[in-house]
Design a binder for this molecule. Structure first.
Ligand code: SF4
Length: 289
């Protein structure tokens, strides 16, 4: 579906976006994808980037212009304290400046509040998270941004949030992220991923028509059954049957608990909806590093 402003314009939850990982790591593939989308008449296409590749003006402009010529309509530029830990802020600023010249108003900065704050703080280069927190405290005032405490973010940010027992998250349904007809993700392993729920697959996008026509057999996918028809309590009880023990440290969000349950289940059973397995392998590696 095109953006509310038309097929030549972009907005976060319309059209088609190429995301990652980092799509510019395989620029030729990204370029081909943009060309294919244009040939197929898909509206409101944009790419999401962390700007790591914006090492100078020439490279940045050349790639953005190639994409625009291939039919890509716009770009979304990621700005938050977790990126600036690894990517010099100058690259982000360069990407924004040149993107505005190439794509005009089809440039989205996500999240603008962080961008404004970083400018106020005069950030330069890479900034470790602890240093960012110290700097942000000097200017005072919290900034209100949406934050998805799920996946690796839930793990990495645990020290900065209150933790709660699992029961604190009972009764919170997962339905909106799961069964919605907007802003879903399709990964390069073939998974149709609900919303932002990394490591969960509703099925193969290679058989999307069949999936949409016939639906999901919930008897064959117990993790989905519990999350779709019940709540996180049901998944916790299910995981207990596989020997799961609640963490005495608690959880900072429902999605933090959900991930912990899935990490346990994936080790103790065969659940096709817990895919891609590489996601869980990487999470386990992160936990041990
Ligand atoms: S609890 Fe699990 S299924 Fe529900 S939104 Fe969070 S990650 Fe997705």
């Amino acid at each position: 579906m095109p953006s509310p402003w038309g097929r030549e314009r972009v907005s976060l939850s319309h059209g088609l976006h190429f995301t990652g990982g980092e799509p510019f790591l395989n620029f030729n593939l990204l370029l081909s994808a943009a060309q294919m989308a244009e040939e197929l008449g898909i509206p409101s296409t944009f790419v999401e980037t962390n700007c790591s590749w914006c090492v100078n003006d020439e490279v940045t402009r050349e790639r953005l212009e190639q994409l625009r010529r291939a039919g890509l309509k716009g770009i979304m530029i990621s700005v938050n304290p977790f990126y600036v830990e690894y990517i010099p802020f100058e690259r982000t600023e360069r990407c924004i400046r040149i993107s505005l010249e190439v794509f005009g108003s089809n440039v989205m900065i996500y999240q603008m509040e962080f961008y404004r704050q970083f400018k106020r703080l005069g950030l330069q280069g890479k900034v470790p998270f602890e240093r960012y927190l110290a700097l942000a405290a000097t200017v005072g005032g919290n900034i209100a941004v949406e934050m998805f405490l799920m996946g690796r973010a839930a793990r990495a940010l645990k020290p900065y949030y209150h933790s709660y027992p699992a029961s604190a998250f009972f009764g919170e349904p997962c339905q909106p992220p799961f069964l919605r007809d907007w802003h879903n993700h399709f990964d390069n392993y073939g998974n149709f991923m609900p919303g932002f729920c990394g490591g969960i697959s509703l099925g193969s996008w290679r058989e999307l028509d069949r999936l949409l026509r016939e639906g999901i057999d919930l008897n064959e996918h117990p993790v989905l059954r519990h999350l779709i028809t019940e709540d996180i309590r049901a998944l916790l009880d299910f995981a207990r049957d596989y020997g799961y023990q609640e963490s005495p440290q608690g959880y900072i969000s429902k999605c933090d608990l959900c991930l912990d349950l899935r990490l346990h289940l994936v080790k103790h059973g065969n659940f096709p909806e817990l895919s891609p397995l590489a996601f869980y392998e990487q999470m386990a590696l992160d936990a041990n590093s």
